[in-house]
Design a protein around this ligand. Sequence first.
Ligand code: KG4
Ligand code: ZN
Length: 346
Amino acid sequence: AQKLTVLGLESSCDDTAAAVVRQGGQGAEILSSVVYGQTELHSAFGGVVPELAARAHAEKIDLCVAEALDRAGLTLGDLDAVAVTAGPGLIGGVLAGVMCAKGIAAATGLPLVGVNHLAGHALTPRLTDAVSFPYLMLLVSGGHCQYLIARGPEEFTRLGGTIDDAPGEAFDKAARILGLPQPGGPSVEAEAAKGDPRRFRLPRPLLDRDDCNLSFSGLKTALLRARDQIVTEKGGLTRADRADLCAGFQQAIVDVLASKTRRALGIYLQEAPAVPVLAVAGGVAANSAIRTGLETVCADLGVQFTAPPLKLCTDNAAMIAYAGIERFARGEQDDLTLAARPRWPL
Ligand code: KG4
Ligand code: ZN
């Protein structure tokens, strides 16, 4: 059979992205992957401003597509389909991508394939490592935190997830509380490496509960209180105080994720998968303490651990093109009535 070549578009949050991916025997081949970030655009506001994001996506998405095709050395005529994130996400941004993809489909006659952004993340281990279904997926980013058993390109069983903040969001808020630069994950991790995780014993919410749900907002409040107490007592934070707070905070997140992952793996392993695999994706998967914590649990339970390279863990269009390939290869596609959906649970 001929290998499918698919263009993917992504614009659901603060990255405008386009990529060309070609189907392969083992996973797939990324012919190009272009990401225009918007970090600077939103930096003064302490978060993504939806209206600004949408305008920037609308301005950049076509340039991004042109660049992705150019880098792949292809034209629209070489493609088999156009895949686009149709949700969930900030609706203005999702619309910019969907309208661009519809324009391409209408002009060229190429099939249009709508992709769920979360499915894009969740299928990435198949793109990079040709992992077989069923595998357990932990999505941990600034916006997501959930356990999924991936059974097929569009079949996911959600075992649980955060009931409040996502871990990346917690890292970002922790950085704000301690006066460290954004994004908070890398700066808190760097400080934590110099600190003592035992000095501040921060809470590990929901560990007593026999499910796969997580909570991180109480941890942030506890960090705020610990900081305020030091400031009241000593008039300010020393470098050591800050490092110890970061270390205690990160350790609490590592412990919660390790413990809940053990529980989720227990449920997944009941299905006796031939090759049990835990895959992680999302920006927080960059954290080496968290990775080590997860690897330890996996080694303990005889489960293979895999994490895509970081640039495929964070938002990108290669994962959307690949998820499009999986849908299209099963004979599925959309027409020009494809809707952009702000909410779209897997
Ligand atoms: O997947 P991502 O790029 O964007 C979405 O949220 O969709 O993830 C970004 C998040 C940010 O909250 C950032 O602080 C966090 O991932 N992050 C980290 C690390 N690097 C990035 N969190 C912990 N440790 C890190 N090394
Ligand atoms: Zn994402």
